[in-house]
Design a protein around this ligand. Structure first.
Ligand code: PTJ
Length: 257
């Protein structure tokens, strides 16, 4: 984290996250549009009390159950994720033994390669970067470029921060899609099989903790968790938390970011 944000500043954590994105742009990881996307998320996080609400924690745990059940789980990474939470992303991938795939909206070879290298520098073992060799049907923009061995053949895809078009296209390919997006009204969360309405910097470490908790669970128990999950109720709960300002938050430990 940057030394430039005074620790006593009441918005220190939020400011440090902004610093990470600005550094991400300087390092060629993040697109300038990523700042705008972050601002949207920041506003919603503010309304959620900048904490993980219970329903999001349940969704995060259910997402892990789905990934543990998967044959080919893949974690998709864009420029915001790479800048905000490279350690947490790699830790989750390693805990699940799942590959990472760089998938960008504003795609350039330079940025794909920089992000892949950044993830490897943080200890990632399998990263699909350059050399996309398959296309998501029905998706004309660059996010449709994927790896045959990665997102294309995955049965479960975790997408921390998404655009709605791709969420719909992956859904149409019958994949289980787990989306982390603060906005319960976005097309991404509305389309996801398992929407996690939380800041990705909090949700990813929670998911890694859940791997430790669930990795010895039986397949039947994991399947029961996934079967009982109610995406609509999860989204409604997040909306209600925003509307009422009444958070049953799990963690106010903002330093976990
Ligand atoms: O790196 P690229 O080229 O793939 O570009 C990525 C961006 C983010 C620019 C692109 O995917 C985009 O434009 O996204 P959108 O359509 O603006 O959507 C961003 C969504 O992410 C919004 O619904 C925000 O609420 C949400 N969001 C932003 N920051 C966070 C977040 N959700 C969880 N955690 C965050 N930190």
């Amino acid at each position: 984290m940057s030394d430039e944000v005074p620790t006593e500043h009441p918005r220190a954590v939020s400011l440090r996250l902004r610093e990470r994105l600005v550094a991400g742009i300087d390092a060629g990881l993040t697109s300038q549009h990523g700042l705008i996307a972050h601002g949207r998320g920041e506003a919603i996080d503010y309304l959620l009390g900048e904490q993980t609400i219970e329903s999001a924690a349940t969704a995060a745990k259910t997402g892990v159950a789905a990934m543990l059940l998967a044959d080919n789980p893949v974690i998709s990474v864009n420029g915001n994720v790479a800048a905000l939470a490279p350690e947490a992303t790699v830790e989750l991938a390693n805990a699940l033994d799942a590959p990472l795939e760089v998938n960008l909206f504003h795609r350039s070879d330079e940025r794909v390669d920089a992000i892949a290298q950044h993830l490897r520098d943080h200890g990632a073992s399998t990263v699909f970067g350059l050399g996309a060799d398959a296309t998501i049907p029905g998706l004309s923009h660059d996010r449709g470029q994927v790896h045959e061995e990665g997102i294309f053949s995955a049965d479960v895809v975790l997408v921390p921060l998404e655009d709605g078009d791709r969420a719909e296209a992956l859904g149409a390919m019958d994949k289980t899609e787990i989306v982390i997006d603060l906005n319960p009204l976005s097309r991404s969360t509305q389309t996801a099989s398992i929407p996690i309405c939380d800041n990705l910097v909090r949700a990813l470490p929670l998911m890694t903790e859940a791997v430790t908790e669930l990795e010895t669970a039986s397949e039947d128990d994991l399947r029961a968790m996934v079967d009982v999950f109610d995406a609509d109720a999860t989204l409604a709960d997040a909306l209600e938390a925003i509307r009422s300002g009444d958070f049953a938050g799990l963690s106010t430990d903002l330093e976990r970011m």
